[in-house]
Design a protein around this ligand. Structure first.
Ligand code: COA
Length: 172
């Protein structure tokens, strides 16, 4: 098994400016463009952790709570929360900054799952994650439940086998 790596080793910060070609008719950033940027930032984080080529396997529910306006600066931060066999969960957070106004608001958060693949596109083992901070430890622990939920929703796991997830809701 590859040597464990610290969660902070996969930290990636990415910054973009919202230009006219990125916006909808209301002059707000298009959701699809934001998802594209988030995918790149999170993929770099998964690559840093695994030192492998990675593919996006899934994206958990992303909500768009605040519009991001033309001219805003979009700041993204991604970090691997936990690695399983070939897959890694990446937590990504997004903020919008209006530099002239001096404001910064949290706009989005999502969990991406990436799978490391070999030269033939086949899944390959990745290093385990060693969490250090309290937040990293919480995200590491809860990653198992999120994995079970997304695998059940994808039809890749029977609800009966999702033990940690079931425990969250009590016996059903
Ligand atoms: C992701 C992919 C490599 C999985 O291949 P597979 O043959 O199903 O491989 P496996 O069943 O061995 O699963 C490999 C890992 O993927 C994970 N996985 C597969 N589908 C998943 C899903 N929908 N959500 C989360 N994880 C998933 C499995 O849990 C497993 O993780 P683990 O090794 O840590 O236990 C394959 O489906 C693929 O290449 N998909 C296309 C990826 C892509 O092109 N992304 C860009 C989209 S445009």
């Amino acid at each position: 098994m590859p040597q464990p790596k610290f969660a902070h080793e996969s930290l990636v910060t990415m910054t973009e400016m919202v230009l006219p070609n990125d916006t909808n008719t209301l002059n707000n950033l298009m959701g699809g463009r934001l998802l594209h940027w988030m995918d790149i930032c999170a993929a770099i984080s998964a690559q840093k952790h695994s030192n492998r080529v990675v593919v996006t396997a899934s994206v958990d529910n992303v909500s768009f709570s605040e519009p991001i306006k033309l001219g805003n600066i979009v700041m993204m931060q991604a970090k691997v929360t936990r690695a399983f066999n070939s897959s890694m969960e990446v937590n990504i957070e997004v903020w919008a900054e209006d530099i002239p106004a001096g404001t910064r608001v949290s706009t989005n958060r999502a969990f991406y799952t990436f799978v490391a693949v070999d030269q033939n596109g086949r899944p390959i083992e990745v290093p385990p994650v060693t969490p250090e901070t309290e937040t990293e430890k919480e995200l590491f622990a809860s990653a198992l439940r999120r994995r079970q939920l997304r695998l059940v929703l994808a039809g890749r796991m029977k609800p009966h086998d999702a033990k940690e997830l079931k425990a969250l809701f009590g016996e059903m």
